[in-house]
Ligand binder design. Structure first.
Ligand SMILES: [Cu+2]
Length: 485
């Protein structure tokens, strides 16, 4: 049996069973805990304190971790969808961090990218002018060259934009009961049970893929759900892994929101791909009283690169992500799927749009890839590795652009700061159901066209980033920056 402790790297199920670590068997399942909820909708302010800590993930040894206000990861920030929010970020660590509000449509000055470092001992006090529909966003450190390590250590959390209208919509909204926040991460532990982020050169190329499933910072948890309809707010907080999610018993998931807001109505999906950095909200019906397990197919990028690198083939099996058990003592508030959600499909007015080509590159051929890794410039966009001192282009505020994004050699999850966008086409064909809502990320598997209007300002001193969200690629230079003036 494949355990979540060992879902394996290119190995068959029988081999995995033999490798399953005895220590894991002793790690008995416990009920999944939510990140603490920090509701700022009344106060309009919150404080995050980046701190070092120790966490015993496997019941063996302590791992060195980082978190916001807690040992690993940060609280779920619930923020009003309209109004100014006073944020306070204090860094008690020994190196620069930043906090990027991934998916918030706010000026570059407070966007929290590489140009907003918070030095050790310092506090950053940005005012976030928020005005956008309800959505599940997230926040994470975004220091150039160190984002992968920072997120891996735990500097990430979920940010819920709320308009307080979910009752009217008939959506589950009781935090941790029928409205679950799930931060999905794959991590690796050494033999003594310490979390180990130490990617080799090939892993820098492919992106770090862990062998142990961690949900909300917990290994081997079981989610308790009421006997009714349950909302799952899914964040892929992994560095590189792409999940292809489904329910083990084949029951449908009803997609209600993508990265940047609610859809017009629920869409039934039996399988949902979620790349690193992407979010999705789904409703799952537990009113029969039967539990099931959220499972994922193996990382689609592994098969592509595994073949190329001469590594193992792609396993066709699934691994468990999170089991659900129905608990009838929990209040089931919603037992009917909502019809209309009040959101929209993405619909950018394309009149006068300017076209731009974006090519995500990993170098030309394997020899150059390997050489480039030694030189540190393997990754680039339009032939240029990220340079903090160089503006790649400037966009007129209020204008609309269509970007044709092409990715070399493997799938790349592409993110643009400061905008929400419409996916117009994927490989010249129609858009997959999961990409029809408003997005701030798109998984580029070959080519994708996106359209967006640049409504928010970013000066040349505080430009917006656009980059691959495989964090090892981003850190390696698959990132650029633009101003909106
Ligand atoms: Cu990439």
């Amino acid at each position: 049996m494949i355990t979540r402790r060992d879902f394996g790297i290119g190995l068959g199920a029988s081999t995995l069973a033999a490798l399953a670590m005895p220590a894991f068997a002793q790690n008995t399942p416990r009920r999944l805990a939510m990140p603490p909820l920090l509701d700022t909708t009344t106060s309009g302010r919150f404080a995050l304190n980046a701190q070092a800590a120790k966490v015993n993930f496997l019941g063996q040894s302590d791992s060195d971790t980082w978190g916001f206000n807690q040992p690993y990861l940060g609280p779920t920030l619930r923020v009003a969808h309209k109004g100014e929010v006073q944020a306070e970020v204090t860094n008690t660590l020994r190196e620069d961090i930043s906090v990027h509000w991934h998916g918030l449509l706010i000026p570059g000055e407070v966007d929290g990218g590489p140009h907003n470092p918070v030095a050790p001992g310092a506090t950053w006090n940005p005012v976030l002018p928020i005005d956008q529909p309800t959505a599940t966003l997230w926040y994470h450190s975004h220091i150039h060259g160190r984002t992968a390590a920072h997120v891996s250590n735990g500097l990430a959390g979920v940010l819920q934009l709320s308009d307080g209208q979910d009752d009217t919509r008939g959506l589950p909204s009781t935090y941790g009961v029928d409205d679950l926040t799930l931060v999905l991460q794959d991590r690796r532990f050494d033999r003594s049970g310490r979390m180990n982020y130490n990617p080799g050169r090939q892993e820098q190329m492919m992106g770090f893929i862990g062998d142990t499933m961690v949900v909300n910072g917990q290994v081997n948890p079981v989610a308790a759900v009421p006997k009714g309809i349950v909302r799952l707010r899914l964040l892929n907080g992994s560095n590189a892994r792409i999940y292809v999610l489904s329910m083990a018993d084949g029951r449908p998931m009803h997609l209600i929101a993508g990265d940047n807001g609610l859809l017009d109505q629920p869409q039934v999906v039996t399988q949902l791909a979620l790349a690193s950095g992407e979010r999705a909200e789904v409703l799952v019906d537990f009113s029969s009283g039967a539990g099931t397990t959220l499972v994922s197919r193996s990382n689609p990028n592994r098969g592509m690169m595994g073949g190329m690198m001469g590594g193992g083939g792609q396993s066709s099996g699934s691994f468990p992500v999170l089991p659900f058990e129905v608990n009838t003592t929990l209040a089931a508030r919603i037992d009917v799927l909502p019809g209309k959600l009040g959101g929209t499909l993405a619909n950018v007015d394309l009149a006068g749009a300017r076209r731009r080509n974006i090519t995500l590159d990993m170098g030309m051929g394997m020899g150059m890839m390997v050489r480039s890794v030694f030189g540190g410039s393997a990754f680039s966009i339009n032939g240029e590795s990220y340079d903090m001192s160089k503006l790649n282009f400037t966009i007129k505020r209020g204008s609309t652009e269509i970007w044709r994004v092409r990715g070399a050699m493997m799938m790349h999850p592409f993110h643009v700061h400061g905008v929400k966008f419409q996916v117009l086409s994927e490989n010249g064909g129609p858009v997959s159901p999961r990409n029809r809502g408003w997005k701030d990320m798109v998984l580029v598997n070959g080519e994708a066209e996106i359209a967006m209007r640049f409504d928010h300002a970013a000066s040349p001193s505080f430009p917006y980033m656009f980059h691959c969200h495989i964090l090892e690629h981003e850190d390696g230079g698959m990132m650029g920056q633009f101003a909106v003036v």
